[in-house]
Design a protein around this ligand. Structure first.
Ligand code: EPU
Length: 430
């Protein structure tokens, strides 16, 4: 079992380099299935979700070559298989992008329902609605989603999303780039990774307009050809380190970011008394004074991101006064609150609302990461706490944060990785 052991209370000073965006990478890598030639993808984060999606492509027959630590060449020209292995697909949420990419490439796809963090129900009805509108039959059975274009090729059409969905927007885009005619997605998601996927596809020869607005138009083309593309920096990883500085105090330059993508997070940190200075491709974050309360509601971009909700909750726990946090995207994203309470946090949850009474000091405790962002929030709470925090189940964190321990240690945090024999094996031996 691997755990992180944090001796809290040490302010952070120095620089942190942000990696490529997880939620862009996990869509852009399957998008290579649509390309006839070699895609050189740069600024790939080294995280387990990316390893999983690359493994799936290899299983399907893609040629994947590592060029250097952050660059891979992916060539899917020889892929002939449209059935995704079950074990691999269940590890990650983003395996749903294989449905759109395989439908676009072959007109058929067999993909297991996606895995990923548990926030209550995570339906994909809007993805399926889009594929059906584009002329596919979609059935679920035998542990698989079976999708097949009735005419052999996806057909352009107009799709209105009932709910703003990042996954549905990007999946329909994948299914549409090689479709016959024009696809129009209305009420589309506007997240930076939606724009990044469109930019990747356009750089390979697609014809996509309007990504980043709520109407995206995709004119189908006959073929995409290879090229080189660099993934955008990770907005949520950057926001997580901004929150870490707010929690621990100190001054850190967070490099390789797009400050515009961070504005929704910066605005709230400023309200809480954190100093944030924007540079060209960096933000300087400084916290010298005590934190003050605020209210936050998570919303689709450009609103405050749900993927920063647990991390901001960690710092609201030590902000003077009472804060109200409203989750506007997921039904059940407060499962981590019990772990915070073990550290002395005062949080009451009622449905989608958490009321947080700031305390003077959190105290270290033994806790468990219950999902990716909740795990990151526990690291942040541990940095702020008095005493020692031990975080278990850190594989959740490593799904989405490259080298989090090295990056934090580099700015003065006392965080160590401790590997102990598996408790289950110990019990068997004992
Ligand atoms: N929804 C539906 N039907 C659908 C799709 C979504 O009702 O067909 C609902 C969801 O239940 C949710 C809302 O729409 O209430 C938004 O879901 P969305 O489809 O946008 O989420 P997702 O594509 O499954 C991605 C990220 C999540 C992030 C959300 C929201 C990836 C791989 N995952 O999920 O990221 O929380 O968008 O921004 O891109 C994370 O990185 O930790 C993470 C969970």
């Amino acid at each position: 079992m691997t755990k992180y052991v944090i001796h809290g209370g040490k302010p952070l000073f120095g620089e942190i380099e942000i990696s490529g965006a997880k939620n862009a990478a996990v869509a852009i890598i399957p998008a290579a299935l649509l390309v006839d030639g070699v895609c050189r993808i740069e600024n790939i984060p080294q995280i387990s979700d990316v390893t999983s999606i690359l493994n799936i492509l290899q299983e399907l027959g893609a040629d994947v070559r590592t060029v250097n630590r952050t660059t891979v060449d992916v060539d899917c020209s020889h892929v002939r298989n449209a059935k995704v292995p079950e074990e691999l697909a269940r590890k990650i949420r983003a395996s749903y992008y294989l449905i759109g990419a395989l439908l676009g490439r072959f007109g058929c796809a067999e993909v297991p329902p996606p895995g990923g963090c548990d926030f209550g129900g995570r339906p994909i009805d809007q993805h399926i609605k889009g594929f059906v509108a584009m002329g596919a039959d979609v059935e679920v059975g035998g542990g698989y989603i079976h999708a097949k274009a009735k005419s052999g090729r996806m057909q352009g059409t107009q799709v209105y999303l009932d709910i703003v969905s990042v996954g549905a927007t990007m999946n329909i885009m994948l299914a549409a780039v090689l479709a016959e005619g024009m696809t129009i997605i209305e009420n589309a998601a506007k997240e930076p990774h939606v724009v990044d996927l469109a930019n990747f596809l356009n750089s390979m020869g697609a014809d996509i307009m309007g990504a980043g607005t709520d109407v995206i138009k995709i004119r189908g083309v006959a073929r995409l050809t290879g090229g080189t593309y660099s993934i955008i920096p990770d907005q949520i990883e950057a926001g997580t380190y901004m929150a870490a500085v707010a929690a621990a105090g100190g001054e850190v330059l967070i490099r390789n970011v797009i400050p515009k993508h961070l504005e929704c997070i910066t605005a709230k940190l400023l309200e809480m008394g954190v100093e944030v200075e924007e540079r060209d491709d960096a933000v300087l974050v400084r916290r010298c004074a005590p934190l003050t309360r605020t209210n936050i509601k998570t919303l689709p971009y450009p609103g405050f991101p749900t993927d920063m909700q647990p991390q901001i909750a960690a710092i609201l726990c030590i902000a003077a006064g009472t804060s109200v946090l409203t989750e506007g995207v997921w039904d059940n994203r407060y499962r981590y609150v019990d772990e915070f309470r073990r550290m002395g946090a005062q949080v009451q949850v009622d449905g989608k609302i958490a009321v947080i009474e700031g305390v003077k000091q959190l105290t270290g405790a033994r806790i468990r990461a219950c999902d990716l962002r909740a795990g990151a929030a526990m690291v942040i709470a541990g940095l702020a706490a008095h005493g020692v925090t031990e975080i278990g189940c850190v594989h959740h964190i490593e799904r989405g944060y490259e080298d989090i321990v090295r990056k934090l240690s580099g700015v003065g945090a006392d965080v160590r990785v401790v590997v102990t024999p598996d408790e289950e094996k110990q019990a068997q031996v004992g």
